[in-house]
Ligand binder design. Sequence first.
Ligand code: TPP
Ligand code: MG
Length: 601
Amino acid sequence: MTALVGDFIIQRLGEWGVHRIYGYPGDGINGLMGALGRTEGKTQFIRACHEEMCAFMACAHAKFTGEIGVCMATSGPGAIHLLNGLYDAKLDHMPVLAIVGQQARAALGGQYQQEVDLTSLFKDVASEYVEMLTVPAQVRHVIDRAMRIAISKRSVTCVIVPNDLQEMEAVEKPPRAHGTVHSGTGYSAPHVVPRDEDLRRAADVLNAGERVAILVGAGALGATDEVIEIADMLGAGVAKALLGKAALPDDLPFVTGSIGLLGTKPSWDMMSDADTLLMIGSRFPYSEFLPREGQARGVQIDIDPAMVSIRYPMEVNLIGDSAATLQALKPLLKRKQDRSWREKIEKDVSEWWKVLESRAHVEANPINPERMFWELSPRLPDHCILSSDSGSAANWYARDLRIRRGMLASLSGGLATMGPGVPYAIAAKFAFPDRVAIAMVGDGAMQMNGNAELITIRDSWKQWADPRLVILVLNNRDLNQVTWEQRVMEGDPRYDASQEVFDFPYARYAELIGLKGIRVDAPGQIGDAWDAALRADRPCIIEAITDPEVPPLPPHITLKQARAFAHAMFEGDSGTRGMLRESAREAMATLFPERGKDRGD
Ligand SMILES: Cc1ncc(C[n+]2csc(CCOP(=O)(O)OP(=O)(O)O)c2C)c(N)n1
Ligand SMILES: [Mg+2]
């Protein structure tokens, strides 16, 4: 049988190494579904419950494997549903290809049913490349370009395929004629290292510094050994932006942990006192958590020239691969003899872990959410893959979870959208069926989409070599992160109409659909719950009844925010009625250290 355009698209993607597609069907892509069926499993099609989830899964595939992720949706509504997940990929610079259907070519421009101007719709999210196919001879090069551009520019690309075209005879090789394009497959990333003179300038800055602070992001994920070695030579501490959580293990004494609104005090103190900043593979957005302008001399390493010197005015920008650039820098660096800065950081870090431990053990009603994460850390299985949703979970994930070498971890960094926690974990299981995946998700996010995706898990888990996928649900009956923002940033009391979340029985629901469910409502049950979930013979939902009055706030809140917080804390806020004034004061005392004063506000 002659191959159809649909078959040829799937075959060409296979030549690019794509053997798994996350998608949701519809009449805009039935030609592609038929083609996928004809591969008899050579290309795996995974249907989530919503197209946005397919895009999250494609993004997570890229994040966890380093390969391109591919998602597929029908014309009109299906294509529109993809968008948020694609923006998640775009903002975290992940290579993702979206293939979407379109109405038949003859109907276009006719206000036809489900006809949406998809080229315009995808123009922003797939700004590097969006193309609609109109003739079979165009298919080969459009797929090739969409793939190569997405991979090489770490971007989202989109190919729109009218449904009638999918069923036409394929043209695997365009005729040799004027007006045709002849393309091929394959991409191998170059080895990018800065020029020698720039490396020397950077080394001069780093060698002159007495108090060097390093910040790593997702771009340092492949440079763990190099960062450890350079930090050692420079006597530096290392803070980690959220997407760089797995770049360095947390058991190293000089790793100050997360930075920013979800950050730690040692990261804050290190940045406040540093005289030199070395930033590696990070687009961490909040400049107020970096040294003040003029306080420190800066060196930045990034593979993307558009991303340097946009958070801090750097003295030297090194465009290059993180590991290769650090290796090239190493022979130019002098080991710092004075280790006092490093020793101070290590002392701060070890004290900070004690602070976190005691915070995690503060009594709460009934469960302190921090304790869920604290008790998970020592139980994390080797090589596990962690995902967090946006919400209060991201705070505890960032600060409390002690990640070890060999683990992977991600969340929605740039977009900070709700919803990716569960689909990221599902994609992790498909990419690495023999590793344990653990998602940490709020009850709001579970109701937004996580509950539905439990059905995808129910339908899939028997295919996984190791069935363990654990979802921790923080059942705090609240959109808690935003509740605290309303209190602290706005000085408003919790707005019940926007914040209340139905007390859904997550664990019982899990059991109802054949998964394991554990409900935890007393602190003494936490350790056993994790042990049982990590021993389970199937995916497990741990529903923790957590206290929404434990503040998920950064350790360096400004005085202005503190005042606003105090105002909301004691007046007209339904949530604080059960909260003792004294414990509120204690919480504030740990949250607003001295340094807040000299921030000027
Ligand atoms: C799609 C989307 N909508 C809204 C927000 C704003 N937002 C950030 S965190 C959050 C609350 C999340 O609530 P929940 O999932 O229950 O987690 P909690 O903070 O209560 O632990 C909201 C509404 C967002 N980031 N993304
Ligand atoms: Mg919640």
